[in-house]
Write a protein that binds this ligand. Structure first.
Ligand SMILES: Nc1ncnc2c1ncn2[C@@H]1O[C@H](COP(=O)(O)OP(=O)(O)OP(=O)(O)O)[C@@H](O)[C@H]1O
Ligand SMILES: [Mg+2]
Length: 164
């Protein structure tokens, strides 16, 4: 799959997390603001905290308490909260046929929230309005830098509501 290169006017927000709990809390804060139909495309490699972030997203979407684990084998886990959350792990997804079989495109046309681990593997299939969430390592073992980017308008709206 090819990378998309025309992404238009983009906005960006950055956070530093110093623990798993902080990453979950960032997810929870974003989850509270979602309105449905968002695609959160996560990038960054092994063990960066993507699943931890989704655990927070689920809390923020009022998914009842329970285990949120990586859908490494199932490819997708779905949760019901105030919105439906589909949590994908694209680690093993290779090519369009594989991706079709996950239900990704069906869910895209719904009002659900899609959180996608290993978006590197399906980047060409991401919609234009996808929010990119990139994880990078910080200076110490427990530090992660999270960068959220997406359409400028959407980011500005999220930022304004996050600060309230
Ligand atoms: N600031 C941090 N935020 C999140 N996780 C952290 C942080 N610092 C250390 N960790 C550790 O990194 C690991 C993150 O695990 P997690 O399963 O959330 O990552 P992942 O990106 O989903 O990995 P995978 O690519 O295997 O799906 C955990 O072992 C956690 O303890
Ligand atoms: Mg994971």
């Amino acid at each position: 799959m090819q990378e998309k290169n025309k992404l238009g006017d983009r906005g960006k927000m950055q956070w530093r997390s110093c623990s798993t709990a902080e990453t979950e809390e960032l997810g929870r804060r974003l989850g509270r603001l979602l309105r449905g139909g968002e695609v959160i495309a996560m990038f960054g490699g092994l063990g960066m905290g993507k699943t931890a972030f989704v655990r927070g997203l689920a809390r923020g979407l009022q998914v009842p308490e329970g285990e949120v684990s990586s859908p490494t084998f199932a490819l997708v886990h779905s949760y019901e909260g105030r919105l439906t959350l589909h949590h994908f792990d694209m680690y093993r997804v290779d090519g369009w046929d594989d991706l079709y079989s996950t239900g990704f495109f069906d869910y895209l046309d719904s009002n659900a929230v899609l959180a996608v681990e290993w978006s590197e593997n399906i980047e060409a299939a991401l919609p234009e309005n996808a929010l990119y969430l990139e994880f990078a390592r910080g200076d110490s073992d427990g530090e992660r830098l999270l960068t959220l980017s997406g359409p400028a308008q959407v980011l500005a709206d999220l930022q304004a509501r996050l600060e309230k």
